[in-house]
Design a protein around this ligand. Structure first.
Ligand SMILES: NC(=O)c1ccc[n+]([C@@H]2O[C@H](COP(=O)([O-])OP(=O)(O)OC[C@H]3O[C@@H](n4cnc5c(N)ncnc54)[C@H](OP(=O)(O)O)[C@@H]3O)[C@@H](O)[C@H]2O)c1
Length: 272
């Protein structure tokens, strides 16, 4: 929590602030004493939110930008580089749940632009000033689907590109967090399960299967901010047993140690 004193208020930049988790982050951060830069494509929504947050005492800038377009991303990047952003929430995103062979490749590319390229470029833009101040936080909104590669649970959606973007977010966040250890700058990959937002709407209506556990966006944001204080690089809002994440990291360590030899494995000596 930061001071509400006008002189010392910190600024947060939230992408995808017009709806769902991003909007909830913006509201919570304004209540906690942050000024904001609100980014999304729907200007009316951003204006309405800014009015609400200004009533809470937050100074709000609006940046109407399409992060799937190079010019939109460049504009946000320019703002991120100014040097006053203390918290970056890379949240904007959308799903393309469908068989990969049916996905319009241009839409898949736009998804990668918003959920991979923008996450990388905006993180790179805010970091020099954060490192100079020796404080700051980058929250990258990922998903439990980051852990879903190769899982064939019948209830899971077809998700090759979506899951791959979120696996990028986790690998990027975890690796960057290690690189930044001791600098005062924190990085988090926030991995919710299903959250009640417009993400699941088709033609304005929710299309979630019945009985799926759904978390409210306020709980997701609460977990993320509490997780930052706990230095949780991977934050899974509904996970009680942190040991499962330790086990997963340990399995990676073992695999990494075993798979980088110079000798060809017997499995691959014949055939091909
Ligand atoms: N809801 C879930 O179950 C769930 C679960 C795990 C992870 N997530 C992740 O949570 C994040 C937020 O999603 P949400 O659930 O809050 O969905 P949402 O309510 O649909 O909000 C998505 C936000 O992203 C913005 N956005 C989408 N495309 C954009 C673009 N090209 N340029 C700029 N902004 C763009 C939207 O704004 P405009 O349309 O106004 O541009 C909107 O503000 C996403 O990264 C998503 O992958 C969601």
């Amino acid at each position: 929590m930061v001071s509400t004193d006008r002189v010392t208020r910190a600024r947060a930049l939230v992408t995808g602030a017009s709806s769902g988790i991003g909007r909830t982050f913006a509201k919570r951060l304004a209540a906690d004493g942050y000024d904001l830069v609100l980014v999304a494509r729907r200007e009316e929504r951003l204006r309405g939110l800014a009015e609400e947050l200004e009533a809470l005492g937050a100074d709000c800038e609006i940046l109407v930008a399409d992060l799937s377009k190079p010019e939109g991303l460049s504009e946000v990047e320019r703002r991120a580089r100014v040097g006053d952003v203390e918290m970056l929430v890379n949240n904007a995103g959308f799903q393309t749940y469908m068989p990969f062979v049916e996905l319009d490749p241009a839409v898949g590319e736009a998804e990668i632009s918003v959920q991979v390229t923008a996450v990388m470029r905006l993180s790179r833009a805010v970091l020099p000033a954060m490192l100079g101040r020796r404080s700051g936080a980058i929250i990258n909104v990922s998903s439990m689907l980051a852990f879903s590669a190769g899982l064939d649970n019948a209830f899971l959606p077809k998700r090759a590109v979506y899951a791959a973007t979120k696996a990028f977010v986790n690998a990027f966040s975890e690796t960057l967090a290690s690189e930044l250890a001791g600098t005062g700058v924190k990085v988090q990959a926030l991995c919710p399960g299903v959250v009640r937002t417009e993400f699941h709407d088709v033609d304005g209506k929710p299309v979630l299967r019945p009985n799926v556990p759904i978390m409210e966006p306020e709980a997701v944001v609460q977990a993320s901010l509490a997780g930052l204080e706990l230095d949780d690089v991977v934050c899974v809002p509904a996970l009680d047993d942190r040991g499962l994440l330790d086990d997963e990291l340990e399995a990676r360590r073992t695999l990494f140690g075993s798979g980088r030899g110079s000798e060809l494995s017997p499995r691959y000596r014949k055939g091909g």
